[in-house]
Design a protein around this ligand. Sequence first.
Ligand SMILES: Nc1ncnc2c1ncn2[C@@H]1O[C@H](COP(=O)(O)OP(=O)(O)O)[C@@H](O)[C@H]1O
Ligand SMILES: [Mg+2]
Length: 315
Amino acid sequence: MTSLEEQSSPDRLAGIDPAFVFDYVPYDDVLPREDPASTDAVLGVSAPEDPDALGPGRRWTTWYDVEPLCRGPEPRPAWVVTSQGAIDTELGVLKTGKEADAFLLERADPHDPGQQCILVAKRYRSAEHRTFHRSATYTEGRGTKRSRDQRALDRKSTWGRVVATAEWATAEWDALVRCRQLGLPVPYPVQVEGTEILMEWIRVEGADGPETAPRLAQTRPSPGLLASYFEQLREAMHTMTQAGWVHGDLSAYNLLAADDRLVIIDLPQMIDLVGHPTGPDLLLRDCTNVCRWFEARGLAVDPQDLFADLMAHAF
Ligand SMILES: Nc1ncnc2c1ncn2[C@@H]1O[C@H](COP(=O)(O)OP(=O)(O)O)[C@@H](O)[C@H]1O
Ligand SMILES: [Mg+2]
């Protein structure tokens, strides 16, 4: 192979209109990777190119493996680690679920103490390992861009199952990005790659340092905080319905209580309020699920009132 210098030497360019000559910098190489030798010294590994070389539960950051659209929206929070020398380390399982499992992952650059964050990795399971209880109801109104994928889904082929898994990750990714852009309290979506979403870890300060924020269902807030949580939720639901969206699986299990702030999670099934055949039904169900919890904790709220109020301002 000829080197870049040879290829662009004056001889080779003779006779070519200068308008067609430009300096070429491969996109992926704009930022050079850390010097492998120095990384070796720190980590005691021999071949950084080998994915196994970092040892089990570790990998090079996947930030540069994905296209810009698979990274979170601007403004990007300062804590998001973008160093090319960063290493992802599995910290353990947060929760296993029916369709997906949530893990904690550290992304950190061993050479730069400022580049360290803990993320939640939500990984969708392949169809064989899951009960697909929410599929049909939600996907009805959803079009698939690539017809080959749609045919595969219809045939339920192996490829179809892979597409279906990644589709749930893509659907949740799109929902997180949309909600974030609407200013809703959702975890910042860091990146999506195939069946894996990396997002902000919603945490609270515990006795021994930061810990995962509890689900609202696990908490017993004071009357004041309870009322504030409901107000935050009502406002978020307003913003969502005004934008034409319904969470579709809202409950005290998919809300995290981050001290005095409520954060909405678990959005793969977010659907179109008007375009989806059961949009209003799902909105009413969301209202019922959340109101029931607040009522049980002593706040006088009514699902029908909430639903009517949301629908009245939706259009
Ligand atoms: N961004 C996050 N920050 C903190 N905890 C999270 C986050 N995302 C998920 N979790 C935890 O993982 C659990 C499962 O995530 P969820 O998105 O609800 O998936 P599913 O219910 O489909 O398994 C949540 O109940 C919550 O405890
Ligand atoms: Mg959930």
